[in-house]
Design a protein. Structure first.
Length: 94
């Protein structure tokens, strides 16, 4: 089992990708999706056939990602929903 940590040089890239994904949900690769998840603070755990992402501050926010590329749009919609929940949770934090 491998865990990935966000590399500092990908912070700006993750933010840019998120903006672009909000506009267009089709044609994204697994690595682009994982870059955005990492940027949003999710940990990434690689399994044999799928990748599992989970947010350490909000452990109930979990998603499974296939390795197929390009990704079906449902994976992008799930990412946008989870990132939105993280943003809402951070706004409500003391």
């Amino acid at each position: 089992m491998r865990f990935h940590v966000l590399d500092r040089r990908n912070v700006r890239r993750g933010e840019k990708l998120l903006v672009r994904m909000r506009v267009s949900k089709a044609g994204w690769s697994v690595e682009e999706l994982l870059t955005v998840y990492r940027w949003a603070g999710f940990t990434v755990r690689e399994g044999a056939k799928h990748v599992v992402v989970q947010h350490p501050d909000f452990p109930w926010l979990v998603a499974t990602v296939t390795r197929a590329s390009p990704l079906p749009t449902g994976y992008i919609l799930a990412l946008l929903e989870l990132v939105s929940r993280v943003e809402e949770g951070r706004k409500g934090a003391p």
